[in-house]
Design a protein around this ligand. Structure first.
Ligand code: PHE
Ligand code: NA
Length: 514
C-alpha cells in the first residue's frame, strides 16, 4: 500500500478523463461494424437493454469499488478486491484487471498508431487523386509491414513505437498528464465529431457519386435506426450487444477502478458515473453512427457497406470519400477524422496504463516514471506479434481473448463478489454515499439479481457459442437429439488448439473484429 496522495485536480478533469477512458476507437470503429453485422436496427434494442441492465450497474460497481479501495491506499484491482473481501483468491482474480490491460493496449495502440500515420498522410496529400482501389490498397500495403508506403521502411512499426513512446511519456507525468490530455482531447474530439456527423446527416442523396448513382446516405441511417423486433429472440445479437457494451464502457478491465481509486472518500460517484457513461453513449450512438456508415453509404451505397463492414473500413474508404470534397476540404476532413480517432484512442490507452502503474506503486513503491516505462516495454513485447502477424489473424485472437472473453469473465466475478460477498447492503451504501443524484431504487434489485444473471448467461453463451452462431438451429438440433456443434470461436473449442488453428486459417479478412 502506498501513501500517495495523488488525486484528480478537478471534477471536470475527472469526468473528462473517465469519459476519455470510455470514449475510444470502440465508439467510431467497432460500434458501426457491430451494428451493421448484427442487422442494424436489430442491434439497437438489445444494445440499449444491455446498457441499462449491465453497463450502468457495472459502472456503479466499478466506481464504488475503486473509491472504496482508494480509502485504504489501493489503486489496482488485486488490492481493491482484497480490501473489500479478505481472502487470497480474490487477489488473484484481481490480476485480470492488470493483465488484460496490457494485452488490450498492445493491439489497441497499434490501431492508434495507424490514426497518427493517417493524419500525417492526409495533411501531406498522399491520397490526392487516388482511386478507391488505390486508397484501399494503400491500407493493405501499410499493414503488410515489410512494404513501405512512403519510402520509410517498416513505417507501420515506427509509428507503433512512436505511439507507445507518446503514451509512456504522458503516463510518466502521472494523473496530471492524463487530465491535461483529456481536457484538450475530449472537446476537440466532440467538435470534430459533430462537424463530420453533420456532414453525415446532411449528405443525403446530393453526395451520390457518378460511379454509384443510387447511393444515398439516408439508406445507411435508416438501416441503423429502423428497429427490428424479430431479432429480440436472437441470442447472437444479444451476445454481440453485450460485448460491445463492455468494450465501449471500459468495464471488466480494471481501468475504472483505478481512476476511481484517486477520488476522495466523500466524492460523488453516482452522478459522475452516469455522466461519463452517457457521454460515451452520446459519442457512440449519435456521433459514431453518423460518420462512417452514412458517408460510405452516400458514396458507395448501402449494399457495399453491408458487404464490406470491417474495422479497417474507416481506413480503407474514408480518405477516398473525403477526396470527393476537393483537396483542401479533404485534407481538413482527414485531419479531423483521423485526429478525432487519435484523441479517442489515446485517452483510452492511457487509462489502460494506470492499473499496472498503480499496482507497482502500491506493491513496490515504484514512481510514475518507472511504472510507465515498464508498462510501455511490456506492451511492446505483447504488441509486436500483432504488428508483424496482423494479416495472419493474431489481431483477432487478441481482441477475442483479451478484449472480449476476459472482460466478461472479470465482470461476472466482480459483480458476484460485489453483490453477494461484499454484500448489497454495504454495496448500496458505497454507491449512494456522497451521491449528487438519487439513484433509482430499482438498481438495488438489478445489481443484486439481474446483472449477475445476465452476466452468467453471456459467459455461458461465449463458452458454448454454436457453429455459425446459429443459436436457434442448434437449439432445435439439441432438443431433437442431434447435438450441438460448437463454433470455432466458442471458448471450449478455442481452448482445444484445433479451434485456434482453424480460426487463424479461416481469417480471410483479418480486418474484421469479431
Ligand atoms: N472503451 C474503449 C473504447 O471504446 C476501450 C477500452 C476498454 C478502454 C477498456 C479502456 C479499457 O474504445
Ligand atoms: Na467507448
Amino acid at each position: 500500500m502506498s501513501n500517495t496522495n495523488e488525486s484528480w485536480g478537478s471534477r471536470i478533469g475527472l469526468i473528462l478523463a473517465m469519459a476519455g477512458n470510455a470514449v475510444g476507437l470502440g465508439n467510431f470503429l467497432r460500434f458501426p461494424v457491430q451494428a451493421v453485422q448484427n442487422g442494424g436496427g436489430a442491434f439497437i434494442i438489445p444494445y440499449l437493454v444491455c446498457f441499462l441492465l449491465m453497463g450502468i450497474p457495472l459502472l456503479f460497481i466499478e466506481w464504488s469499488s475503486g473509491r472504496f479501495g482508494g480509502k485504504f491506499g489501493n489503486h489496482s484491482t488485486p488490492y481493491i478486491l482484497d480490501s473489500m473481501v479478505k481472502g487470497r483468491v480474490l487477489k488473484y482474480i484481481g490480476v485480470f484487471g492488470i493483465f488484460t490491460n496490457i494485452a488490450v493496449v498492445a493491439y489497441y495502440t497499434y490501431i492508434e498508431s495507424w490514426t497518427m500515420s493517417y493524419v500525417y498522410h492526409s495533411i501531406r496529400g498522399t491520397f490526392n487523386g487516388m482511386t478507391q482501389g488505390e486508397v484501399a490498397g494503400f491500407f493493405n500495403s501499410y499493414i503488410d509491414i515489410s512494404h513501405s508506403t512512403t519510402g520509410i521502411p517498416y513505417e507501420a512499426v515506427w509509428f507503433y513505437i512512436l505511439c507507445l513512446i507518446i503514451n509512456v511519456y504522458i503516463l510518466s507525468k502521472g494523473l496530471k498528464g492524463i487530465e491535461k490530455v483529456a481536457k484538450i482531447g475530449m472537446p476537440l474530439l466532440i467538435l470534430f465529431g459533430v462537424i463530420l456527423a453533420v456532414r453525415g446527416y446532411t449528405l443525403g442523396t446530393s453526395g451520390a457519386s457518378s460511379m454509384f448513382p443510387e447511393a444515398n446516405a439516408w439508406d445507411g441511417l435508416s438501416f441503423l435506426w429502423t428497429p427490428q423486433y424479430s431479432s429480440l429472440l436472437d441470442l447472437k445479437v444479444w451476445m454481440a450487444a453485450a460485448g460491445q457494451i463492455f468494450f465501449t464502457l471500459s468495464v471488466g478491465m480494471g481501468t475504472i477502478h483505478c481512476y476511481a481509486a484517486y477520488l476522495k472518500s466523500k466524492d460523488d460517484i453516482a452522478l459522475n458515473a452516469v455522466s461519463a457513461g452517457f457521454m460515451n453513449e452520446f459519442v457512440e450512438v449519435v456521433l459514431g453512427s453518423a460518420i462512417v456508415i452514412p458517408i460510405a453509404a452516400g458514396y458507395l451505397g448501402l449494399d457495399w457497406v453491408l458487404n464490406n463492414a470491417s474495422f479497417g473500413m474507416a481506413f480503407q474508404t474514408m480518405p477516398y470519400l473525403f477526396e470527393q470534397w476537393g483537396s483542401i476540404l479533404s485534407a481538413a476532413a482527414g485531419f479531423m477524422w483521423f485526429g478525432l480517432l487519435f484523441f479517442a484512442g489515446i485517452t483510452s490507452s492511457l487509462a489502460m496504463g494506470t492499473p499496472w502503474m498503480g499496482f507497482m506503486r502500491d506493491e513496490f513503491g515504484w514512481n510514475s516514471n518507472k511504472g510507465a516505462w515498464t508498462f510501455g516495454g511490456l506492451a511492446l513485447i505483447m504488441g509486436l506479434p500483432t504488428v508483424f502477424f496482423y494479416q495472419q489473424g493474431v489481431f483477432d485472437e487478441y481482441d477475442y481473448w483479451a478484449g472480449t472473453v476476459s472482460l466478461v469473465v472479470f465482470a461476472m466475478m466482480e459483480t458476484i463478489l460485489f453483490s453477494w460477498i461484499f454484500g448489497m447492503k454495504k454495496g448500496w451504501k458505497e454507491i449512494t454515499d456522497g451521491a449528487d443524484i438519487k439513484v433509482p431504487h430499482a438498481y438495488k434489485f438489478i445489481i443484486k439479481f439481474i446483472t449477475p444473471l445476465m452476466l452468467i448467461i453471456v459467459f455461458l453463451g461465449a463458452l458454448f457459442s454454436p457453429l455459425n452462431n446459429d443459436w436457434s438451429g442448434n437449439l432445435k438440433s439439441l432438443f431433437s437429439g442431434n447435438g450441438w456443434s460448437l463454433s470455432n470461436t466458442s471458448i471450449i473449442k478455442t481452448i482445444t488448439q484445433s479451434g485456434i488453428k482453424e480460426q487463424i486459417a479461416n481469417a480471410t479478412d483479418p480486418a474484421v473484429i469479431q
